[in-house]
Design a protein around this ligand. Structure first.
Ligand code: F6P
Ligand code: MG
Length: 456
């Protein structure tokens, strides 16, 4: 069995100079810490130094000092240190793995997956031990402003899914061709929503959105591995009067991405494919743009409020959105949509360890008709973030999650933002290298990979 320091193939590591992991730890992560410091500084500087604010300011200065130390440790490649107790139950998991798997390991010599996840856990820790900032989401400002900027696209998609739901209700056959087309369109919207952590989608015009919606050749041409039909084949066998108990969405980014995930989830429920959708959020602010439970509610509320905070002067294009978001709130109230935030998703573990490290969560997921994993980090964790040959079959890279007894119905929708991919056909990588030398890391190419345990 693989362990965090010993994945099934050599781990991606920051110490491999020139790799995406190296550049991330060297440049991107220190910048992310600096941005948190800047945000906290601006936030506390705007406070008047009276009453409880005096304590807020004092604590903010301590947090900034700690984050400065964290940044220094990272940029000078110091050893990773234990995480002291705080308000999260998982610090022992981190410290046990540090002691057993990574004794003496530094930022660059530990696995990339461990170091990068550790950074977000450490940032959180420094806020969590304060009295005034423990609930402060230091990434919320970025998440919110990105979503505000996407209101045009959001309005178009809302109208579109409402129309597709009406269409689905007029043809109850779960395998109807019109439903297959709608499913493909919405699954692709959910996939391409994953580009938003690179802020690529928010400035799209209506024509671009339409091209994504209709799944034109252009877009299809950027899906390196497309196994969506395998999921549809299973989904379309759902009896019309007997929806599956649940479908699970392991979310990635907040804002536009989670919005398109909600759009897909809405259609799955309304068209009768499942009784409920369980959304898996993050328990702490994570990888800058990931969705917490608070973010999820914020997106629904922002849609119901017609983006009031964004001060849009002409909000007529948001009428459909208000209708849709009101239905979403009803899904939440009635339990057709459920939100969870298990600490496993913000642990350092790759998902090969799901059955043993989070047995209750795993047993729950085994009851699901499909567990959809969104985004780049979830993909890295699914395939254990190591040097698989590109042509490795997806089920092989999933390890236990594709083996008898511990298999899950896995669907991965991910735009590729690091040099790791499996399931690529022989000769395909060479062709892609010719087309775009950055195809693995620039977020323009994607995979839709599916591994389903047999249904009997
Ligand atoms: O920094 C590592 C990484 O996985 C990148 O490859 C990617 O840009 C980012 O984190 C998160 O991407 P996503 O939001 O799709 O998981
Ligand atoms: Mg993310």
């Amino acid at each position: 069995m693989a362990t965090p320091a010993h994945p099934p193939r050599p781990a991606l590591k920051g110490e491999k100079v020139g790799t995406f992991a190296y550049l991330t730890i060297k440049d991107r992560l220190p910048q992310i810490v600096a941005k948190v410091v800047d945000h906290l500084y601006r936030t506390y500087s705007s406070l008047e130094e009276t009453g409880v604010n005096a304590e807020r300011i004092r604590e903010a200065k301590v947090v900034i000092e700690e984050l400065g130390r964290l940044r220094y440790e990272m940029t000078t490649d110091k050893p990773l240190t234990p995480i002291p107790a705080d308000n999260q139950p998982d610090h022992e998991v981190w410290n046990r793995l540090l002691a057993t798997e990574f004794p003496g390991a530094t930022w660059f010599s530990a696995t990339w997956l461990f170091s990068e996840c550790y950074m977000y856990r450490r940032i959180y820790h420094h806020f969590a031990v304060t009295t005034q900032w423990r609930d402060f989401d230091f990434f919320a400002e970025q998440k919110e402003s990105t979503f505000h900027a996407s209101h045009q696209a959001v309005g178009v998609l809302a109208d579109r899914v409402l129309a597709l739901c009406t269409e689905a209700q007029s043809d109850k056959d779960p395998a109807a061709e019109s439903r297959r087309v709608a499913f493909t369109e919405l699954a692709q919207a959910s996939l391409w929503g994953n580009r938003t952590d690179l802020s690529l989608l928010v400035n799209l015009n209506l024509a671009d959105i339409h091209s994504i919606q209709s799944g034109t050749e252009d877009i299809a041409d950027f899906v390196v591995v497309n196994q969506l039909a395998t999921w549809w084949d299973r989904l379309s066998q759902t009896p019309a009067d007997q929806p599956a108990d649940r479908i699970d969405l392991v979310l990635d980014n907040s804002g536009f991405e989670v919005f398109v995930d909600m759009v897909l989830a809405h259609w799955l429920v309304v068209a009768g494919y499942c009784g409920k959708v369980v959304f898996h959020c993050k328990a702490i602010p994570w990888f800058v743009s990931d969705t917490t439970i608070a973010d999820f509610h914020w997106v629904v509320d922002t849609c119901r409020d017609r983006f009031q905070a964004a001060q849009i002067t002409d909000a007529a294009h948001l009428d459909g959105l208000v209708t849709l978001a009101t239905q979403w709130q009803a899904h939440l109230d009635a339990g057709r949509w459920e939100l969870q935030a298990d600490s496993f998703w913000t642990s350092p573990y790759a998902f090969h360890h799901l059955p043993s490290a989070a047995p209750a969560l795993f047993t729950d997921l085994q009851r699901s008709a499909a567990v959809v994993f969104k985004g780049d980090l979830n993909y890295r964790k699914l395939v254990y973030d190591c040097e698989w040959p590109l042509t490795t079959p997806f089920p092989e890279a999933l390890g236990p999650l594709a083996q008898p007894g511990t298999a899950l119905p896995v669907v991965a929708l991910r735009t590729s933002k690091c040099d790791l991919m499996v399931g690529v056909a022989e000769g395909q990588a060479e062709q892609l290298d010719q087309r775009d030398s950055d195809w693995l890391v620039n977020g323009k190419f994607a995979v839709m990979e599916v591994s389903l345990p047999s249904s009997d």
